[in-house]
Ligand binder design. Structure first.
Ligand code: PRT
Ligand code: ZN
Length: 286
């Protein structure tokens, strides 16, 4: 497997670290990361893992020091907007570290537009791009940390920062106005490499991501309820219908590619399903 060595760059600590490691190990890569070490070699496949700051990942991939990298889409788009020589592309979305890049202002502020205001952000390129696209004239100042404090020390009217739970905005008496972009972790590769080198590895990643929300559902029902029940199964394409020993009784087995909530199970039961089993799915290979 993986005849040619594949080097993948992940964040060495921070918000992307744990999920990045989990994705690699769920994809069948065995490794033991030693803290503060830049490079870890997988023990079972031809893969090297580079642990670096997220900000360095796009350029390492662009310069082909790494074949693949995991970064937030926010960081990738900010760097692409600011550096035309960066030659990387988003390969797949990874479904974790979801957040939004939002404009926000103090709750007691009476302003209702970004026009002629000062905006503090760690994403000046994306903010300037947004302002240009929306024909808004405003000043952008780049702040690397604690952006949420800038309105209170009088250096900005608005901020543009990442929001996930909303607790930071709330704690600083700020309210979100508009959303500049939605973000999540993405896999990146260089624009000018042969993607077939890591096709199998990317397929494994896809298999892990697809399996995450998927469940295998098994239930029994009368013949007369099969249609209704199949329609209720979330994201299932073609359930398997198996006749049972008891006349007009069937078992329905389905791969549901969307979450199966308690509410769905209760609805299935109300529509005549019995013995409803919901099982986790570990991997999917399409
Ligand atoms: O050290 P290194 O440079 O590698 O890491 P870093 O400090 O630059 O990045 P890190 O680990 O903080 O974030 C890495 C990536 O996580 C980001 O680029 C995003 O893609 C993603 N991510 C997801 C977030 C958040 N959610 C998030 N909430 N990054 C930052 N935040 C911050 C936000 O800036 C704000 O300060 O969390 C605060 C808001 O969170 P809530 O939950 O209060 O809304
Ligand atoms: Zn960083």
């Amino acid at each position: 497997m993986f005849n040619k060595k594949i080097t993948i760059a992940i964040q060495s600590k921070g918000r992307l670290y744990e999920e990045s490691k989990k994705l690699l190990s769920n994809s069948g890569i065995s490794f033991r990361i030693i803290e503060n070490r830049l490079l870890t070699r997988a023990s079972n496949v031809n893969v090297d893992i580079l642990q670096v700051r997220d900000d360095d990942i796009p350029s390492l991939v662009s310069n082909k020091v790494a074949d693949l990298g995991i970064v937030g889409k926010n960081l990738l788009d900010e760097q692409l907007a600011g550096d035309k020589s960066l030659s990387v592309k988003e390969t797949i979305s990874l479904g974790f570290s979801k957040c939004k890049l939002c404009f926000a202002k103090p709750k007691d502020s009476t302003t209702d537009s970004l026009n002629n205001k000062v905006i503090a952000s760690s994403y000046p390129n994306l903010v300037n791009q947004y302002l240009k696209q929306n024909k808004i004239k405003a000043d952008v100042i780049k702040i690397n940390g604690s952006v949420e404090l800038t309105p209170y020390i009088g250096i900005a009217d608005y901020i543009c920062d990442l929001v996930s739970s909303g607790a930071t905005l709330e704690a600083n008496n700020l309210e979100a106005t508009e959303t500049l972009m939605e973000s999540e972790a993405v896999l990146i590769s260089s624009n000018d490499v042969d993607d077939t080198n890591f096709f199998d590895l990317v397929n494994r990643f896809k298999g892990v991501i697809n399996a995450k929300d998927s469940k295998y559902v098994m239930l029994n029902c009368d013949e007369s309820n099969i249609k209704k029940i199949c329609a209720l199964l979330p994201g299932s394409e073609s359930p398997t219908i198996i006749p049972l020993e008891q006349k007009r009784k069937f078992a329905v087995h389905a791969l549901c590619k969307e979450p199966v909530f308690w509410e769905t199970m209760e609805e299935l039961k109300e529509n005549g399903a019995s013995s409803v089993l919901v099982l986790p799915v570990e991997k999917i290979l399409n």
